[in-house]
Design a protein around this ligand. Structure first.
Ligand code: NAD
Ligand code: GLY
Length: 404
């Protein structure tokens, strides 16, 4: 894994590109100019023996032939969606073609609501229509939804073909493009159908985040806060001391630092426990509560990172009720999430019973016990356990659902 790097100085740069209100789609972003990487990209390595791969992070890497060299064979099928495609498909196609790769593409409908088996089939339809074989590399161009679906398609198509991740959201850059978890949702539960399938490479163009709406940028920050809470107190301190504000202001040095440090954390956890037999489950802080929120509200209503933020606030509350962290750590966690412009309260109408029912459909359930990632000890410590006082969970659910 890469060496830890120095945080950039406190950011004072003005916002690069201001957007409209969170989630607004009407102010469609203009197509950014292609840029050549000014400096060599930072590279974080995921150490998995023969299946190790690089994560290249830098401005302009999307256009850089060297990023793809050696990771894509003679043919590629780019998987994107109808928001990201118009922005970046032409550039990725051009980069691959100039590297001598024959390129096809398939464009999926945008959004979490389409992360399902029916949409997945569109990738197989395109692959078969183009007579793609096992020598084809799928290239996932988009956020976590496209990445998870293209990765799952790569795991299943002709029993497995290689794939490359080109993340274009902060969420995908700091989390979903790394580690090989792929899949789709089921109406009864988030990410319930999928496979572990590692990419050959991750090519993360920080400049591509310029077109990301503010609300999506904030959503990705929830996973950066997660690394701080579960294992990297200095990263949390940096976010709190101005890093988060600089990211929200689109300071590129701050963004690059957060992505690189998040990837260093994720690469270390994945290298230690690729298939989530142990420590990898800690990456699910807030996710058991959060997935319940996402499923209950209808996929896409709450963004994934927003739901994780609510879930993280609930996990911090429960950890505090159990006496595992002090109120100061809980308050810092909730305070930083708020500062990231993320929600920390449960949507109205959700009940403790609804949470319990949905939380029972979780991949961490063992012998009928819902295991949770909870904070423990000083900032940066956590456990994965089903051994907690159920009355404390009742109290947290009651408090967040307005019953206390
Ligand atoms: P997303 O993929 O839906 O992207 C968010 C929105 O931004 C979409 O509308 C998308 O089209 C748009 N977009 C993407 N890049 C853009 C750009 N550069 N400019 C403008 N618009 C752009 O959502 P996400 O937050 O990236 O990912 C969420 C998904 O990732 C969830 O399904 C979640 O379960 C999954 N996830 C998976 C893992 C994993 O380990 N596999 C980890 C975290 C999250
Ligand atoms: N996002 C959680 C994991 O990759 O394990």
């Amino acid at each position: 894994p890469a060496q830890r790097t120095q945080p950039p100085a406190r950011a004072t740069a003005p916002p690069r590109r201001m957007r409209g209100p969170p989630g607004a789609r009407s102010d469609a972003p203009s197509i950014p100019h292609a840029v050549t990487p000014a400096t060599a990209p930072a590279v974080v390595r995921v150490d998995l023996g023969a299946r190790s791969y690089p994560i290249s992070i830098g401005a302009g890497v999307l256009d850089d032939l060297a990023s793809y060299a050696g990771h894509v064979g003679k043919r590629a099928l780019i998987v994107t969606n109808d928001v990201v495609g118009p922005l970046y498909l032409e550039r990725v196609t051009a980069a691959l073609k100039s590297a001598g790769v024959a390129v096809d593409s398939v464009t999926l409908p945008d959004g979490e609501a389409h992360k399902d088996l029916a949409t997945l089939n569109l990738i197989f339809d395109a692959a078969l229509a183009g007579r793609h074989g096992r020598d084809t590399t799928l290239v996932a161009l988009g956020g976590g939804v496209v990445g998870d679906m293209a990765g799952f398609a790569a795991a299943a198509y002709q029993r497995g073909v290689p794939f490359v991740q080109v993340p274009t959201t902060l969420m995908a850059a700091v989390d979903s493009s790394v580690g090989g978890k792929t899949g789709v949702n089921h109406p009864a539960g988030k990410n319930m159908i999928g496979a572990f399938h590692q990419p050959n490479a991750v090519i993360c163009d920080v400049a591509a985040l310029d077109t990301l709406p503010d609300r999506e940028l904030a959503s990705g920050l929830s996973e950066v806060v997660k690394y701080g809470l579960i294992r990297d107190a200095p990263l949390f301190d940096w976010l709190e001391a101005g890093g988060a504000a600089a990211i929200l202001a689109r300071d590129r040095a701050a963004l690059t630092h957060a992505i690189r440090e998040s990837c260093v954390n994720k690469a270390a956890v994945v290298a230690a426990d690729e298939r989530e037999g142990g420590v990898r489950a800690t990456l699910n802080l807030g996710h058991t509560f959060g997935h319940a929120v996402e499923t209950a509200q209808g996929y896409g209503t709450f963004l994934h990172g927003e739901a994780v933020s609510v879930g993280t606030a609930m996990a911090a509350d429960l950890s505090c009720r159990l006496g595992w962290i002090d109120a100061g750590v809980r308050d810092r966690a909730v305070g930083l999430l708020r500062a990231c412009r993320l929600p920390v309260t449960v949507p109205s109408g959700m009940t403790p019973t609804q949470f319990r029912d949905l939380m029972a459909v979780d991949k961490k359930v063992q012998d009928g016990v819902v295991r949770l990632v909870l904070l423990k000890g000083p900032l940066g410590g956590c456990v994965v356990t089903g051994d907690y006082d159920p009355a404390a969970l009742d109290a947290t659910l009651g408090a967040f659902c307005g019953r206390e």
